[in-house]
Design a binder for this molecule. Structure first.
Ligand SMILES: Nc1ncnc2c1ncn2[C@@H]1O[C@H](COP(=O)(O)OP(=O)(O)OP(=O)(O)O)[C@@H](O)[C@H]1O
Ligand SMILES: [Mg+2]
Length: 261
């Protein structure tokens, strides 16, 4: 099954005078269980694409299919299904976790979403689910009663991951999930993300400006340049035989993560 199918999607912001075309005629197919890295320079449209995939904004033109259904303006049912099956992890857990809420409340919040109503696999006991996902991200059970400021950056991103996984999403969207973290903990969080995506059979779409992260985590990659998808395909093919000079430049700009074993 195709998770997402985008056909000539264009996203323009602003009025006639100051129009910014964040994405231009983007066509892309993302299969279920694939792991996509979306790369490109600042302002190339990465976050805009993720917001469209999350249903947070609607494209100016073009067609988006989610799990085979057209997400057009009239289609509420498809939109509800999207909102119920997709979760997102943001760049900076300092701003994405409410400082006044205990970790248990933060993690169980998406479970209370009315959008999950009617879905059969939704965890019914929030407390049990909080313990399960805390365990899955490697945090102790007593983390549940504490507040975000009591945790390090890496731990907070684990909490954000736990919150995203709590309602058993099918698709995980991540916007630069490790770029706010100390270099020393990035690999740990990425490895955790990898193994959770594996064990839960998720589709992953991760925005990053770091091709080393893509190489480490993803099987597919899309390269955005000023709103245009200039390259897309399997990571190894794109990285070993980049068709575009721009991709080659991106590749030259980053050091390789050491391949181990
Ligand atoms: N809500 C908005 N209103 C107006 N312009 C916007 C809006 N959101 C994004 N843009 C513009 O669209 C373009 C793409 O922005 P986007 O945030 O998608 O880029 P990005 O690749 O995520 O960049 P970064 O790496 O800096 O996060 C930019 O020129 C940006 O200024
Ligand atoms: Mg962005």
């Amino acid at each position: 099954m195709t998770a997402y199918s985008l056909d000539h999607v264009t996203m323009a912001f602003g009025g006639r005078r100051r129009k910014v075309t964040a994405l231009e005629s983007l066509t892309l197919h993302i299969g279920e269980h694939e792991r996509w890295g979306i790369v490109g320079e600042s302002g190339s449209g990465k976050t805009s694409l993720l917001k469209i995939l999350a249903g947070l904004i609607r494209p100016t033109s073009g067609v988006v299919h989610f799990l085979g259904r057209d997400l057009d303006h009239a289609n509420r049912e498809a939109m509800a299904s999207l909102r119920a099956s997709v979760q997102m992890v943001f760049q900076d857990p300092r701003s994405s976790l409410n400082p006044r809420m205990r970790i248990s409340e933060i993690i169980s919040e998406p479970l209370r979403s009315p959008l999950l109503k009617g879905r059969v696999d939704v965890p019914t006991n929030p407390e049990t689910r909080v313990s399960e996902v805390l365990d899955a991200v490697g945090l102790p059970p007593d983390a549940a009663t504490r507040f975000p400021h009591e945790f390090s950056g890496g731990q907070r991103q684990r909490i954000a991951l736990a919150r995203a996984l709590a309602p058993r999403p099918r698709i995980l969207l991540a916007d630069e999930p490790v770029s706010s973290l100390d270099v020393s903990v990035r690999a740990h969080v990425l490895n955790l993300l990898n193994s959770l995506v594996d064990s839960m059979g998720l589709t992953l779409i991760m925005v990053t400006h770091d091709l080393a992260v893509v190489r480490h985590t993803c099987d597919h990659v899309g390269v955005l340049q000023q709103g245009i998808l200039v390259e897309s395909g399997k990571v190894l093919e794109v990285m070993n035989h980049p068709k575009q000079e721009y991709t080659q430049e991106l590749l030259n700009a980053v050091p390789r993560i050491k391949e181990s074993g």
